[in-house]
Design a protein around this ligand. Structure first.
Ligand code: BGC
Length: 416
């Protein structure tokens, strides 16, 4: 006869994640550190007639407060932290490498280890040194070698990095234009520029070779998964649209140790390109469709095309309604777990973002699990951070408990 304990219903398989699955949150240097003055984005923000509504300024001052951020994530129950090394700080002038800045990022890797967090270290997250942008950024033939030289300089600290992501969203980076005279980033992200795309792929391969010589860490890159879906009748157009923007980058990952998946929403493709969000659908502060099941779909696509283990390096929602963040994350993780049951080898989930941060022009969209005071920089974990931290501690995806998350700060959801 079964013991009473045995009769307790086991949680459904879909709600349990494997042991060792990484549970974390992510940031990027420029978005949280503050004062990234030698970068191409800083140049755009601080141009006399900048097109951007806000400057990054002090950020969340994570350059100085990273220890506090890491300690808080560990205390909340997370087991991993993804952050980026800022090339513009490490090499602020061509060939002028800063040993002190390298040591700074080495201390971040050590702080993660000291708090039991697995560091996932990104070596390039959208920002370039201004000198590199002035020279023509990723369109120049010399770009891959310049990036590999920077990565080689970092190897002494990367020997203890558990996971390394060379380049964040190469498929978006390849479409970022620059002002040739000033090096500042220009408005209007475009489709990947063919030369930039080729150079970014070459840079990734060179960096991977350098890293494989120097470390045992799994090396990969993280791709922006746009979850393209064909509108009825537009099926013949889907592949031609998706290939240069996404599949090409999953294919490069076939030679990597893992592939980073970053998914937020979906893009519906008509015969002439992306269609607006369908009428009546909820949207987020970014104007993106609320579509958490994008995560499972993206993990499946990455697995299908790249055939490598998947690490979710970003997923989250810009909302002022923290309950909606929990709902979204629950649904996204449910879709991921379902994909895993269907054979996708996912190794971890890193929420975007650990902190509210500079969303490339504005602080208005709030993606963070943790808020901070703009005058004192004091951190406050939101209910979503506590909820996801509890999921991380147990490896079990419990449905959101409304009673435990009463702090609904703002009920507005979309398009505000
Ligand atoms: C980027 C982040 C960004 C987030 C939300 C990703 O494309 O890697 O830097 O903040 O999406 O837009």
């Amino acid at each position: 006869m079964d013991s009473p304990q045995r009769r307790v219903a086991a949680p459904p398989e879909a709600a349990v994640f494997p042991d060792g699955f990484l549970w974390g949150a992510a940031t990027s240097a420029h978005q949280v550190e503050g004062n990234n003055v030698a970068s191409d984005w800083w140049a755009r923000e601080n141009a006399p007639r900048s097109d951007l509504p806000e400057r990054s300024g002090d950020g969340a001052d994570s350059f100085h407060r990273f220890g506090e951020d890491i300690a808080l994530l560990a205390e909340l129950g997370f087991t991993s932290y993804r952050f980026s090394v800022e090339w513009a700080r490490v090499e602020p002038a061509p060939g002028a490498f800063s040993i002190a800045m390298r040591a700074h990022y080495g201390r971040m890797i050590s702080a993660c280890a000291a708090h039991g967090l697995t560091a996932v270290v990104t070596l390039h997250h959208f920002t370039n040194p201004l000198w590199f942008a002035r020279e023509g950024a990723w369109r120049r033939p010399e770009a891959p070698a310049a990036f590999a030289r920077y990565v080689a300089f970092l190897t002494p600290i990367l020997q203890s990095a558990p996971w390394i992501c060379t380049i964040n969203e190469p498929n978006l980076l390849a479409g970022v234009p620059h002002d040739r005279a000033t090096g500042a980033v220009l408005p209007s992200l475009a489709a990947p520029h063919p030369q930039a795309a080729a150079n970014i792929v070459a840079a990734h391969r060179l960096a991977r070779a350098v890293l494989r010589q120097a470390t045992d860490a799994p090396v990969g890159w993280s791709v922006a998964a746009q979850v393209h879906q064909a509108a009825p009748g537009a099926e013949p157009f889907l592949d031609a649209y998706r290939r240069p923007r996404e599949d090409r980058y999953w294919e490069v990952a076939r030679e990597d140790d893992f592939v980073g998946v970053q998914a937020y929403s979906r893009t519906i493709i008509g015969p002439d390109g992306p269609l607006p969000v369908p009428a009546g659908m909820e949207t987020t502060q970014m104007g993106w469709e609320y579509y958490p099941q994008a995560l499972g779909a993206a993990a499946r696509r990455a697995h299908e095309v790249a055939g490598r283990p998947v690490l979710v390096t970003e997923n989250g929602i810009a909302t002022a309604d923290d309950r909606r963040r929990i709902d979204y994350t629950f649904a996204a993780l449910t879709s991921l777990r379902q994909a895993m049951s269907d054979g996708v080898d996912a190794r971890g989930y890193l929420h975007w973002s650990a902190l509210d941060n500079y969303e490339w022009g504005s602080y208005r969209p709030t993606f963070g699990l943790i808020a901070w005071d703009p005058a004192t920089f004091e951190r406050t974990a939101k209910p979503s951070a506590r909820w996801l931290g509890a999921v991380a501690r147990t490896g079990r995806l419990a449905p959101p408990d409304r009673a435990a998350t009463p702090d609904r700060t703002d009920s507005r959801i979309g398009g505000e």
